[in-house]
Design a protein around this ligand. Structure first.
Ligand code: Y12
Ligand code: CO
Length: 177
């Protein structure tokens, strides 16, 4: 399955994703393709809406403390619901759909979620640290929210200016090649 990244300011990123009710080969193929895509893109998290599938599907692959990122750490999350949220934490986030931009975002420090795995089994996950932040970032995607939507007015203005410059430079680079 060939996947293509959807980048800001594409309006499709604002769509709300649909719940999964059939856990079949088509879903497994999407999960497998998303994993390869995330690996090739150096991502630690990816929501299906970022690759043109508005479905409640997301992946998390947080590297270990030594920086190693293996499939053993892969978490496939379908139809997630946050059941507990506590504390406060700020982390500099990035997103494959918003290339070359990183900003501090304030989120809950620890969360618990209920979700389903690729076979439809119900699971619970308690998360803190980077995993907690990444889950919240990816669940926001399912609701059509990007991390840049959480910035203050002035930081959002700064982003729009920098991103316009980035798009212009990218367009010029393509023209030269
Ligand atoms: C903290 C940090 C990240 C998240 C959400 C998951 N975000 C990512 O996985 C972002 C990955 C990313 C990778 C990039 O590298 C390449 O594209 C090769 C990247 O670089 C560029 O855009 C040039 C940007 C982002 C939640 C919490
Ligand atoms: Co993202």
């Amino acid at each position: 399955m060939k996947l293509k990244i959807v980048e800001y300011p594409d309006k499709r990123l604002k769509e709300k994703s649909r719940k999964i009710d059939i856990f079949d080969k088509k879903l497994h193929d999407l999960l497998d393709a998303m994993y390869l895509f995330m690996l090739e893109s150096n991502g630690i998290g990816l929501a299906a809406i970022q690759v043109e599938h508005a479905k409640e599907v997301l992946l998390l692959n947080i590297p270990l403390e030594d920086g190693e990122q293996t499939k053993d750490n892969l978490i496939e999350v379908i139809n997630p619901i946050i059941t507990k949220k506590e504390g406060e934490s700020t982390y500099q986030e990035g997103c494959l759909s918003v290339p070359e931009f990183y900003e501090d975002v304030k989120r809950y420090e620890t969360i618990s979620i209920n979700y389903q795995d690729r076979d439809g089994n119900t699971k619970t996950l308690d998360a803190d640290g980077l995993l907690s932040i990444a889950i919240q970032h990816e669940i926001d995607h399912l609701n059509g929210i990007l991390f840049i939507d959480k910035l203050s007015y002035s930081r959002r203005k700064k982003f729009e200016k920098e991103f316009k410059k980035y798009l212009k430079e990218r367009k010029n680079k393509k023209f030269i090649i």
